[in-house]
Structures are given as C-alpha cells and as structure tokens.
Ligand binder design. Structure first.
Ligand code: SAH
Length: 328
C-alpha cells in the first residue's frame, strides 16, 4: 500500500491510512476515508486494488451455509461461500473469474477463464463475508472458482494480507489445486505453513486426463513426487481430494490403485461425493459404494475423511459455483 500511494506521488504514510480504513475500520467506499486528501481519494476511487465488491445476491441453506454473488468493480461476478460451524467460521474464496482447467464435472469450467482476481479482490471476499455473517472468519479455503496456482502472485499476496492484516493464521488457510506441478514446487520452496490440497480424483493418468483435461501437462509421477517433496519440506500433511463419481472412479479396484499411488506420501484422503451439476452426466455413487471405496483405503492403512456436505440446497457446494450474468 505504501509503494502504491508512492507511485501516485503521495507520501507513504497515506498507504498506512488506506490499509487502516480497509482492514481495521472496514470501509466500503473510498469516500468514507475522510482523512485522505480529496485528490488522492479521486485517484484511487475506481482502482480494483482498493474498491470493494457489491453483494448482489445471497442464498442461505438451512445448515447456515450462505453463498454470495459478488459484483466486482468491472461488473464481473464471482461466488464466495460462508460456512459457519459451531467452533469456527470458514470462507471459501474464488481466485479467478471462471477457470481454465476445464474439469468435465465442474460448473465453473463452463465459461472458461475470464480473468485473474487481484489480491485485493480475494481479501475483499473474506472481509465482505465477515461483515455479512456478523462473525469473525477463522479459516479461509481457496476452493471457490478458479485455479489458485494459476494466479500465484496475487494468491500469495492475498495469503500474506490475510495473515498480516486480517489476522488469519497460515495454518488456517488451505489452498486447493488441480495439480500444477511447477507451482507446487515453487510453493514448497516458500515453506509457508498453509495446507495444500490436491484435487486428485483419479488413481491413474488415463482416467485423470479424461476428467481433468489440463492434467495432461502434469503427469502423476512428477505431480506425486512434487507433493511428497512439499510435505517433506514443510512438514505439513497434504490433503488429497478424491471426488467420487458413480461408475467412473468409484470401483474398489480404483481404491486399491489409489492406495498404491499414495504410498510414501505424507497425506490423507478427503472423499468428496459428487455434487450433481445440471446438464452434466455425472452422478453421486450410492452410500454403499462410497463406504466400500473408503474401506479399501482404510484397510491399506490410509487415513480417510469424508467431506461434510454443506450448502447443497443452494448450489453452494463444491463444483457448483459459477459466474452469473444478470441477477439470475
Ligand atoms: N481449482 C482448484 C479449486 C477449486 S474446486 C482445484 O481444482 O482444486 C474445489 C474442489 O471441488 C476441487 O477438488 C474440485 O475438483 C471439486 N469439485 C468440482 N466439481 C465438483 C462437483 N460437482 N462435486 C463435488 N466436488 C467438485
């Protein structure tokens, strides 16, 4: 912020004042920043780095999960989700408008990538949902729209801002990636105390490439070795997300193959039963199939958790977020 105001020909302490308005006082409009000179307020009024989003729609599920449709300064829209639990409050943030990964099962993939979000727009989602929910956000998951590791500089900046200015500790931040191997290696070098989650979703490259087109560029042997190095270096256990889709990747033999793939990687598996997306052919497996898949992994000594279902009734669950046009 100091170098930002400096680039506008203003003294650096003005940066501190702006940060104070944004992060401490929760200002939503530049016009509220009354201790700034008029000329500076005019300069920053339309800058995406400073402006706050506008809530244009809010949908609450009976479990309290609330999805917000936010409009950005250029009119684009994104979705963010507030997840209140009894002992904590999580926010699921988007990192891009749309996404380029092209996952066949995901609603966000349909519009392709429109643009990256700025660090300010990522942090804004946390501040906005904190205000809206009226409770302090304790955890942030980068699991909304977009691929965080394809917007690394802004995501890293946002993590540091959340940590330094909003007071969310690194250990309470999780980044979920489709598996961009070189970016995982770069992240390992930074040795941050965040949690890394990998969207694995298939136990072999053939199937993975069918489901996640971009994974063709990042074959499993190198990807798994980057994850192993990440865990060894940061001493942080990796979360391996595995979406369960009926008849596609939920067979017991596929569970056995998955167990083999994970040998030697400090990790645990998080099973995500598929959330259906209108217009897509995929279905959630029956309860028994999920249990059978799970027990093969457990018998192989792998720690397994199952993602708690939240926000389903308002399409706020994993894979159901999309860019909306208009107010529909
Ligand atoms: N691009 C990142 C983060 C966004 S998606 C990533 O790929 O990890 C967050 C998680 O939801 C990912 O694991 C994603 O694969 C999963 N997901 C996508 N569509 C889904 C659906 N319809 N049902 C359940 N999970 C889904």
């Amino acid at each position: 912020m100091a170098s930002y105001v400096k680039s506008l020909g203003q003294p650096t302490y003005r940066g501190k004042q702006i940060a104070d308005w944004l992060y401490v006082k929760g200002a939503r409009e530049v016009s509220e920043m009354t201790n700034l000179p008029e000329v500076l307020r005019e300069q920053i009024a339309s800058d995406a780095a400073i402006t706050r989003s506008r809530v244009i729609k809010e949908s609450a599920a009976p479990d309290g999960t609330t999805k917000y449709l936010l409009q950005l300064s250029d009119g684009e829209t994104i979705e963010s989700v507030l997840l209140p639990y009894s002992d904590r409050t999580s926010v699921c943030v988007s990192t891009q408008v749309g996404c380029r990964a092209g996952c066949l099962f995901c609603a966000t993939a349909e519009c392709g990538l429109v643009r990256n979000l700025t660090a300010g727009e990522i942090v804004d989602q946390v501040l906005t949902l904190q205000e809206q929910g009226g409770r302090r956000v304790t955890h942030v998951v980068f699991m909304g729209m977009g691929e965080p590791l394809m917007n690394m500089p802004n995501v890293l900046k946002a993590i540091h801002l959340l940590n330094d200015e909003v007071g969310i500790s690194m250990r309470r931040i999780t980044i979920s990636t489709v598996g961009i191997t070189p970016a995982i290696r770069k992240l390992a070098e930074l040795d941050l105390q965040i949690t890394l989650a990998l969207s694995l979703h298939a136990p072999n490259d053939d199937l993975r490439r069918q489901l996640i087109p971009i994974s063709e560029k990042f074959p499993l042997p190198e990807l798994m070795s980057a994850c192993k190095d990440y865990a060894d270096r940061t001493k942080r256990r990796i979360t391996l997300e595995y979406l369960l889709i009926a008849g596609v990747n939920d067979a017991p033999e596929q569970a056995a193959q998955l167990a083999g793939l994970l040998r030697g990687v400090m990790s645990h598996v998080n099973l995500i039963p598929y959330n259906e997306v209108p217009g897509k052919p995929y279905k959630r497996p029956a309860r028994e199939a999920i249990a059978a898949f799970r027990s093969v992994l457990e018998e192989a000594g792998i720690e397994v958790t199952q993602r708690m279902e939240r926000g389903h009734s308002v399409s706020a669950a994993c894979g159901q977020l999309r860019r909306r046009t208009g107010l529909t």
